[in-house]
Design a protein around this ligand. Structure first.
Ligand SMILES: *Cc1c(COP(=O)(O)O)cnc(C)c1O
Length: 466
């Protein structure tokens, strides 16, 4: 990291940090309740206070560095403390920090909308903002239902989703997901989607290609649409990669078939690109690989380069027009969040889009994807690895108890946690999903850093499967 590190001020002495870190952990555990965490785990699993970030590296108070191989929960695209994004936010900060977006407007949100619509699949014409991914999903669900109501089909009230999908954790978003770990507890509170088998290629027969499998699995969707189209508002999917659902992947052919069938049956298609958007799958948006335009596209996570919470739902002129009428007809979409379209977040997003425009990001990512593919390939032969799979900048390694039968490790064994702990000690932040170790690094990662990341993952897998 920067040379200013050498000129430590007196209070920056390493011993001081060690104490400061310990104090911070104590203070934290006295008042915080962390996300996605059984807090009792922290009796034995140390919390990691981070003092600063730079590029792909996070640094703790002892000066120990961690390679952020999961992009801080899939949000970071161009590294921590990216000078260009920092500058964009700083400039905006002196201009306007926030203003309500109802009745008022501002330059960053207008420019961001214009640019997103130019980059997005053709036919998307309107941007509706929220401030996190789950809220964007809620917006898309409500908008789709409300569209059908406005055009005189109030009987369309249900959603079709895929098995093993994830769309966030507010009640509506949780309901249309299918990861039981997050969902089962709240089942009595949730609306009931119609769940279709996933095209997830992990389950393909030997000798069957991923495309053949995904295409074959479409039969269940077709049947479901035939049966339920009259009462269904929309089908919601994560294009190409079910990220929270253990990084399971499917072929673009499924999306092409789905688009055609949704049109034929008069059902909307919601593409949740919250995790896969902005280059993760190799193309700017995953939908591009199937050449389709969804009726709603949800974006968040990488939208601000991983800096600030912001989300947006892109939709078509046809949807927009079904809401556009005299006030007294009460057809307006009266949904809002306090921080909708926050100018600082929009400035971070604009700086992020500038980087895509100025650098050959997707070209460099193709090189990185090839490197990750080559370096992780040997793990395919590991006695406890069933599969190494990849879509663009996402690589996942499935650890199993028995390679031949693909018998999974029981979840209680927490094998992934062992990988996490080993990697942390070696200065790499990996955060396996159950038995699946994956890489989703920031795009500014160097070749040597990719090497380190995969080497440490290999060690971790050896230890965890021992
Ligand atoms: C993360 C995620 C969400 C939820 O976004 P939050 O900002 O965490 O609410 C929704 N859908 C997908 C596919 C995601 O990966």
């Amino acid at each position: 990291m920067g040379g200013h590190y050498n000129r430590r001020r007196r209070h920056e002495h390493p011993l001081y940090f060690m104490n400061e870190s310990r104090t911070l952990i104590e203070r934290d555990l006295a008042v915080l309740w962390h996300p996605c965490t059984q807090m009792k785990d922290h009796e034995s699993l140390p919390l990691v206070p981070i003092r600063r970030g730079q590029g792909v590296w996070l640094e703790d108070f002892d000066g120990k560095r961690y390679l952020d191989a999961v992009s801080s929960w899939w949000v970071n695209l161009f590294g921590h403390a990216n000078p260009r994004i920092n500058a964009g936010i700083k400039t905006q900060l002196d201009q306007l920090e926030h203003v309500l977006l109802a009745g008022f407007s501002h330059e960053p949100v207008v420019e961001l909308s214009e640019r997103l619509l130019k980059m997005a699949p053709p036919g998307l014409a309107r941007c509706f903002y929220a401030d996190n991914g789950s809220s964007a999903v809620e917006v898309a669900l409500k908008m789709s239902f409300h569209y059908w109501k406005n055009i005189g089909q109030p009987n369309k009230t249900r959603y079709i989703n895929l098995a093993n999908s994830y769309h966030g954790e507010t009640l509506g978003a949780l309901a249309v997901g299918d990861v039981s770990l997050y969902k089962d507890t709240y089942q009595p509170l949730l609306l009931e989607p119609i769940t279709v088998a996933s095209p997830d290629c992990y389950h393909r027969e030997s000798g069957e290609s991923c495309a053949e499998y995904s295409q074959r699995m479409f039969a269940d969707m077709e049947r479901t649409l035939e049966q339920y189209a009259h009462e269904a508002c929309a089908v919601i999917v994560e294009p190409l990669v079910q990220c929270a659902g253990h990084m399971r992947m499917y072929d673009p052919v499924y999306l092409g078939l789905l688009r055609e069938a949704c049109d034929r049956h008069g059902v909307h298609l919601i593409a949740d690109e919250i995790a896969v958007g902005f280059g993760r799958t190799g193309t700017l948006f995953a939908c591009e690989q199937a050449n389709i335009t969804p009726d709603f596209m949800c974006l968040s996570k990488g939208l601000t380069g991983g800096y600030l919470p912001l989300s947006v739902v892109l939709t078509t002129a046809q949807v927009y027009e079904a809401f556009y009428d005299d006030y007294a007809r009460l057809t307006a979409f009266l949904h809002s969040h306090s921080y909708t379209g926050n100018p600082l977040a929009c400035a971070a997003a604009l700086a992020t889009l500038d980087i895509f425009a100025q650098d050959d990001v997707l070209g460099r990512n193709r090189e990185l994807a090839t490197l990750m593919k080559n370096l992780s390939a040997p793990l395919t032969g590991h006695a406890h690895v069933a599969e190494v799979r990849q879509t663009g900048m996402i690589v996942a390694i499935e650890m199993v108890q028995d390679k031949a039968s693909r018998q999974a490790y029981p979840w209680q064994a927490r094998r992934g946690l062992k990988v996490y702990q080993h990697a942390l000690q070696r200065g790499v932040l990996l955060r396996p999903l159950g038995n699946v170790v994956y890489f989703m690094p920031p795009y500014v990662i160097s070749d040597d850093e990719v090497k380190l990341m995969i080497e440490v993952a290999g060690e971790g897998i050896d230890i965890a499967t021992d």
